[in-house]
Design a protein around this ligand. Structure first.
Ligand SMILES: Cc1ncc(COP(=O)(O)O)c(C=O)c1O
Length: 445
């Protein structure tokens, strides 16, 4: 397969990166193998609003929104002005800054479970802090989890006991290389939506489970009563319930899924969209659980950085002022409706569904290899038409009618092309790259 000539500088840079940076990128989701490798852009030069320009000068609508970190749009003038003013007065100091308290007050007004707050710089780090606090609070070691929670030892320990433990929780095939074997059995997965299994696990490990940590939702609204049931089980076992809202937070409601669905956990973790692209994360929770953290050693220089604090405070205020969750729902519903209409028009067996604020395409086949090829062909052909993304859509508030129009027009051509390739058995021949890889399945170049 010949790499496309549209991204020569990106390809050159990635070659240099592989010589210097183990794994090539800092985040698995930024690896070229997650997209149409050789066709999709790898290096960005600049971004503005709903779009970015790659190092080769190609323009794209960005349907990945900084892997979910950009919620207002790139270079949001209000957030960036606030950050620039902050830079002019110093970004961090030897002593503390009032912003720590102002943001904590804002989070406590906004997030139902928030009575006290700690900060961090990224989602995985914030999850590790939340788990540490829950372990310290309960004096117990074990953690039950559901979903993706970062790269740290406490979480990857799940794959020491059984290699497949993390498979259903977003990334299959993670090898826990470098994770101490003594942690085996300390992190146990539970399947989403099944209260029976969670109850059995809590019974089997009675008195040993510090925390139940979960993404409260990922791609669907849970069945009525499910999260309430989880909360009841956790409470009955004296276990801290933590909602990981790193991806779900701020999209359905400014107060997160917990506000939207009316289920308040003991603690919650936010990052990504909290600060529209500036490094920032928060661990929030009930006073009874959070207060003992004052005696735990949880401490880092950059957690007081005022740029993240200022960006988060301004972003949360702007989300509320502009009614962003409702806007994301409108854009997502419209995109979903029109992509489904186009699929019907051209006769492609694909459905756009999932949450309106995180829509995703599903090709109607049980053949996993074919599905991966169809998805890659979609990513490849959309990239050629100036639409960067996976087969799913991270929305931001800068996306509007123009982006929907352009994307639907591109999808009309791409869906027709895929339908023809699928019906004539030519999907593989149409690929200008290897099929998109499941992250972690093969940690190779
Ligand atoms: C639910 C959830 N938790 C934790 C993380 C890790 O966050 P970060 O990559 O900022 O460390 C992610 C990242 O995608 C996530 O989606």
């Amino acid at each position: 397969m010949k790499p496309s000539p549209r991204i020569p500088r990106s390809l050159q840079l990635y070659k240099r990166a592989l010589e210097l940076i183990p794994g090539g990128t800092q985040l698995i989701s930024r690896r070229p193998t997650r997209y149409a490798n050789g066709v999709s852009p790898i290096y960005a030069a600049r971004a503005q609003g709903a779009r970015f320009w790659d190092i080769d000068g190609n323009e794209y609508i960005d349907w990945v929104s900084g892997i979910g970190a950009i919620i207002l749009g790139y270079c949001d003038p209000v957030v960036d002005d606030a950050v620039r003013r902050q830079i002019a007065t110093g970004t961090m100091y030897s002593i503390n800054h009032e912003l720590e308290i102002e943001l904590a007050e804002e989070l406590c007004r906004t997030i139902p479970c928030a009575e006290m707050v700690r900060y961090a710089k990224c989602g995985g780090e914030a999850c590790a802090i939340a788990v540490r606090i829950a372990r310290g609070f309960t004096g117990r070691d074990k953690v039950l989890f559901c979903g993706y929670h970062g790269w740290q030892d406490w979480y990857l320990a799940a794959n020491l006991a059984a290699e497949a433990n993390l498979n259903a929780h977003l990334f299959p095939g993670i090898e826990p290389i470098g994770v101490p074997r003594t942690l085996a059995g300390t992190a146990l997965p539970f399947p989403y939506g099944d209260l029976g299994v969670l109850g059995e696990l809590l019974d089997r490990h009675k008195g040993e489970v510090a925390a139940v940590i979960m993404e409260p939702l990922r791609s669907e609204i849970p069945k009525a009563g499910y999260l309430e049931g989880v909360k009841k089980l956790a409470a009955a076992h004296g276990t801290v319930l933590i909602f990981d809202e790193v991806t779900s937070g701020f999209r359905l409601a400014v107060g997160g899924v917990q506000e939207y669905l009316g289920v308040t956990p003991d603690m919650a973790v936010f990052a990504k969209a909290i600060s529209n692209g500036y490094p920032m994360a928060a661990v929030v929770g009930k006073r009874a659980v959070m207060e003992p953290a004052g005696r735990m050693f949880i401490s880092s220089t950059y957690w007081s950085d005022t740029l993240g604090l200022r960006a988060a405070l301004t972003t949360i205020q702007e989300l509320r002022k502009r009614g962003v969750p409702a806007q994301l729902q409108r854009v997502g519903s419209e995109l979903t409706r029109r992509l489904n209409a186009v699929a019907g028009e051209v006769g492609l067996k694909v459905t756009c569904g999932g949450l309106s604020v995180l829509p995703a395409l599903q090709f109607a086949t049980d053949d996993a290899a074919l599905k991966s090829k169809l998805t890659t062909l979609y990513i490849q052909e959309m990239a050629k038409r100036g639409c960067h993304g996976y087969a799913s859509f991270y929305l931001n508030a800068a996306q509007g009618e123009a982006e929907i129009e352009q994307t639907v027009a591109a999808a009309r051509e791409v869906f027709a092309l895929i339908a023809r390739a699928w019906s004539s058995g030519q999907v593989e021949q149409m690929l200008e790259c290897d099929p998109q890889q499941d992250a972690f399945r093969r940690m190779v170049r």
